[in-house]
Design a protein around this ligand. Sequence first.
Ligand code: SF4
Length: 198
Amino acid sequence: MGQQYVYTVDNNLYINLTNRCSNRCEFCVRYYDKPIYGDLWIKDEPTAEQVIDILEREYDISDYGEVVFCGYGEPTYKFDEIIKICDYVHSKGGRTRINTNGQGSQINGRDISGEMSKNMDTINVSLNATDKVKYDAICHSDYGLEAFDIMLDFARNCVKAGGNVVLSVVDCIGQEEIAKARKIAEEIGAKLRVRELL
Ligand code: SF4
């Protein structure tokens, strides 16, 4: 178990703030036998100041396409830290993205969609499935069958608040499911990203 709070993939910088998650997705990279991006299990969650200090000392934000909040967990458990880090990245002219399971408002006990939309350049919400039963069967959320609607309401609220929202699914769900996912994305005014399963 280490302290890898910042890592790079291709031309992007990734921020790993927490290992907590309200889901236990069957395809999650956390459960792979072999780590893909290094050891992202962390002993202590970092403060925003610790992450900003690492970025300041070790990276030139302008060298990277995006700063992405991702890692082995759901980043919105650290929402206050996210906002501070976004401020820093934007002050350096960088762009920000979050990969989230969309349950952040429930996790924080308040609607965070407005603040998220104001501070994040791209909000990538994992749709994963096209209805609540299928979602629950794959994601095993702490919020049970309510999780799908919680996630979709969050995405919809972010769109309404002016956020650039992308719903994502993995390509292995099949063409019929992908078509349904595209319709869901269109209905709420979001884009759809079909990503390759790692
Ligand atoms: S929401 Fe993300 S971090 Fe959490 S279990 Fe699913 S894939 Fe893993």
